[in-house]
Write a protein that binds this ligand. Structure first.
Ligand code: BDR
Ligand code: CA
Length: 311
């Protein structure tokens, strides 16, 4: 199986991504899960990762806490979407599995230096703070990363936290800039893709019908999570952003995109956190990311449901 580290800020959609990965042991070996501040502060995201692992019966997964704030800016959170805990919806037990004593950034560095070069994939579901800190501290890790698959950014679709910026990039644009300039091969799942995968009633009921503790909790999380978009935009469900990252590792054929240059706006007050995607190749700038634009949304939900049923 492919070795991955998941860096995350759960978040109900992050939880779905973690479950999709843990439900796919034939394809994916989760070396560790690192928590970062984002949707809620890191004390909660590192708790929430463990809640999800315990729901999956996987107390053995190594969970690390990372950065509690962006590189240079104040932390912006998203309780208005995810609720006070970040994982509102189901009633869950407080986790009892341990948090590893090592800092997430040191775990990322140590793992990339210990494993064969080109074998570890980074899956990022939140702000890129932990990855940027690791690159700053140990630049020699960059060429050892097989690929970094991220949920972040938006181009034709616009932003979801400001008109120009998607939340994960907006929280720490300085970190995103470091990652996009690092030379690591990047696959980017922007809002253009994730706004196509909606948690419709029928899809949530299919998940609930699996009947396991993980699946029932997931259905309750999705019901909570979707209320924001359903109430505000009258949409058919919430956009299930983060599991698209894991789905890409399992079924790249579900996606279409192209290699582009992507630059991050870090200076303008109006557009800070914007991902400037050169989709039409109007500059000569070097390609640094494969930017996805289309997804087979039903294929994606079939995959997610099938893998949740394996937990
Ligand atoms: C991203 O922001 C977070 O709130 C979600 O978990 C997702 O990673 C979507 O913009
Ligand atoms: Ca997230």
């Amino acid at each position: 199986p492919r070795k991955i580290i998941i860096d995350t800020d759960p978040g109900q959609d992050d939880a779905a991504a973690i479950m999709l990965a843990l439900g796919s042991p034939d394809e994916l070996d989760v070396l560790g899960i690192t928590a970062v501040a984002g949707n809620v502060p890191v004390a909660l995201t590192s708790r929430n990762v463990r809640v999800v692992c315990e729901l999956c019966g996987r107390r053995d997964v190594k969970v690390f806490a990372g950065a509690d704030r962006p590189l240079v800016r104040q932390l912006v959170t998203a309780e208005h979407v995810h609720g006070k805990t970040g994982l509102d919806g189901p009633v869950v037990d407080e986790p009892t599995m341990p948090l590893q004593p090592q800092h997430a950034v040191d775990f990322i560095i140590e793992t990339l230096l210990a494993e064969e070069p080109g074998t570890v994939t980074l899956c990022t579901l939140g702000a890129l703070t932990n990855i940027a800190l690791a690159l700053n501290k140990a630049p020699e890790i960059a060429p050892r990363v097989r690929e970094l698959v991220m949920m972040g950014g938006g181009f034709f679709e616009g932003g979801n936290i400001t008109p120009a910026a998607e939340f994960n990039i907006y929280v720490d644009p300085d970190a995103a800039e470091i990652v996009f300039k690092s030379g690591i091969p990047i696959v980017m799942m922007p809002l253009d893709v994730t706004h196509r995968v909606l948690t419709t009633k029928a899809r949530v009921e299919r998940i609930r019908a699996i009947g396991s503790p993980a699946a029932v909790a997931m259905a309750e999380m999705l019901e909570f999570f979707e209320r924001f978009d359903v109430e505000k935009y009258g949409s058919d469900g919430g956009p299930l952003h983060d599991p698209t990252v894991i789905a890409h590792l399992l079924r790249p054929d579900l996606f279409k995109g192209r290699d582009c240059n992507v630059e991050i706006e870090t200076k303008s007050d109006l557009t800070v956190g914007m991902t400037v995607v050169d989709w039409w190749q109007v500059t000569g700038r070097k390609h640094n990311a494969k930017v996805m634009r289309e997804i087979d949304d039903q294929g994606f939900f079939d995959l997610l449901t099938e893998r949740l049923a394996r937990l």
